[in-house]
Design a protein around this ligand. Structure first.
Ligand code: MN
Length: 328
């Protein structure tokens, strides 16, 4: 057991009132992590408050305990706050920030590369973990050893398996390690069912999201050498299907799937707002560098930025920068 994991488990054991916070635009990893910790803490008779400033997206509404997640609370009596998968403290969101900051002790559990944005008195950080769930699992095991309780329940397993599946693209991304599969095997043995989770998360889409996917693919274009592929969702598309930006989740992966594409880009013209841009790269390209040019950021293989309208100008600028960077 590493030092930070022991310290984290001790802090959880000592605390009675604990706030657990997800990041904004919550994904399966951040939600799976706070829910798994919540189950473990409740099993120990502790008062666990689960917070997600942006609520719970429909595709995660079935997760055990998801109905208990709150967007905020007036309470400021927590003796410990835990933030999972956030990258930076601000990413808990404006409504949750004062709650987390009111706690005398803060625990940061994360697999994001945190150059200067790590926070809290206790930090369980490991950039080699495919999902923050791998670290939360170790903390839960350590807490179980400290308290003499078996906290590895089927509910914990289902939440953490969902985190692994969503953060690894169903074990398809380069972040997957032997440790990821070892944990997946443990969770499967505890009853988590990857087939069911995959169906609930990936085949549980809104009508609008599939119509938007159709519109986006219809707009698909590439540079003459095929190395940069892009697609657009217009403000008119959003209005026609009464869709929100959340309905465009995952479309960019279809854009990057073009055989010749090193970089895939999805442009969304948000009605009355900015043009939001998601970028995905294949191994060998770096979309973080492209996003940085426009004031955005992310990782080498996945990044984002936003530009002022008009859409056509945003497309022209970003595609030009991308094709310049991939050398086409
Ligand atoms: Mn994550």
């Amino acid at each position: 057991m590493t030092m930070p994991i022991r310290k984290a488990a001790q802090a959880l054991q000592r605390a009675q009132r604990i706030a657990l916070a997800a990041h904004i635009n919550p994904d399966g990893d951040t939600l799976g992590c706070i829910l798994a910790l919540g189950h473990a803490l409740r099993a120990l008779g502790k008062d666990a408050t689960l917070l997600s400033a942006d609520g719970v997206p429909d595709i995660y509404g079935w997760l055990p305990g998801a109905e208990r997640i709150q967007t905020g609370t007036e309470r400021r009596d927590f003796d410990l706050a835990v933030v999972c998968d956030a990258g930076a403290l601000e990413r808990v969101g404006r409504s949750v920030m004062p709650i987390v900051q009111s706690a005398p002790m803060l625990l940061d559990i994360d697999h994001h590369v945190t150059d200067g944005t790590a926070f809290g008195q206790i930090r369980v950080l490991d950039a080699t973990a495919a999902a923050t769930a791998e670290l939360v699992w170790k903390v839960i095991l350590a807490l179980g050893r400290l308290t003499g309780r078996d906290l590895a329940t089927p509910d914990v397993a289902e939440c953490l398996m969902t985190a692994l599946i969503t953060d690894t693209g169903s074990f398809r991304y380069p972040n997957v390690t032997p440790d990821t599969f070892a944990l997946a095997a443990r969770l499967r043995a505890l009853g988590a069912q990857p087939a069911v989770i995959n169906e609930l998360v990936f085949e549980n889409r809104s009508f609008a999201s599939l119509k938007l996917l159709g519109r986006a693919l219809d707009s698909l274009q590439t540079t003459p050498d095929g190395q940069v592929a892009w697609a657009v969702v217009t403000a008119a598309d959003f209005v026609e299907f009464a869709a929100t930006d959340a309905d465009t989740e995952g479309i960019v992966n279809h854009v990057r799937a073009v055989k010749t594409a090193m970089v895939g880009i999805l442009f969304r013209e948000i009605p009355g707002g900015k043009v939001r841009i998601s970028l995905r790269a294949r191994e060998g390209a770096d979309v973080n560098r492209i996003a940085n040019v426009f004031g955005g950021g992310g990782h080498r293989l996945a990044a984002g930025c936003s530009l002022e309208p008009p859409l056509e100008e945003a497309v022209r600028l970003v595609v030009a920068e991308a094709s310049c960077q991939v050398g086409s």
